[in-house]
Design a protein around this ligand. Sequence first.
Ligand SMILES: Cc1cc2nc3c(=O)[nH]c(=O)nc-3n(C[C@H](O)[C@H](O)[C@H](O)COP(=O)(O)O)c2cc1C
Length: 178
Amino acid sequence: MDQLIEKRFSPREFSDKPIPEDHITTLLEAAQWAPSSYNEQPWRFIYATKDSEKEYATLYSCLGEFNQNWVNTPLLLLTVAKLKNSRGDNNDYAEHDCGLALENLLLEAVSLGLHAHAMSGYDREKAKTLLGIPEGYKPMAMVAVGYLKDGKTIEELREGRERKPLNELVFKGTWSTD
Ligand SMILES: Cc1cc2nc3c(=O)[nH]c(=O)nc-3n(C[C@H](O)[C@H](O)[C@H](O)COP(=O)(O)O)c2cc1C
């Protein structure tokens, strides 16, 4: 497996060291270059850094209590899916493709020496209202991005990384219930 995939994990202990602006741009470019059905690129991103206190506080206020208790990252962002395609029909792959963009961002973070932790534990309706997200767009994942907490090793910070065995997930040829 590629090192980037091996090194990626979802930490809950971050340093609050700021992220250089060009790294933030690189993260968003990585997401931008994800593949999408009919190249619709149905992803949008809203981000805030700790430098912009009010903007950051607004995004942070949407998080659920569990996530608020550990999120201290210099960068918070929200991925948003555009639900209709360019012909005005439902895009059944909008959320799927948003996930592809998210994974690009998560892996690029590792490549830049950062870590990123996706979250569904936030108030979607509150996010829509406070962030002015229009009808036809669905907030998907909040993402906390930062450097790992100083003095902590990756092994110390990794938790719950078990995966189901491949034979439960993969069928050769046709679906199998064995
Ligand atoms: C869409 C999505 C939503 C998630 N929501 C949360 C969350 O609200 N809070 C949290 O602490 N972790 C959240 N996670 C992180 C998962 O718990 C984590 O990815 C999973 O346990 C596997 O661990 P790993 O990412 O370290 O490999 C979320 C991950 C994804 C992809």
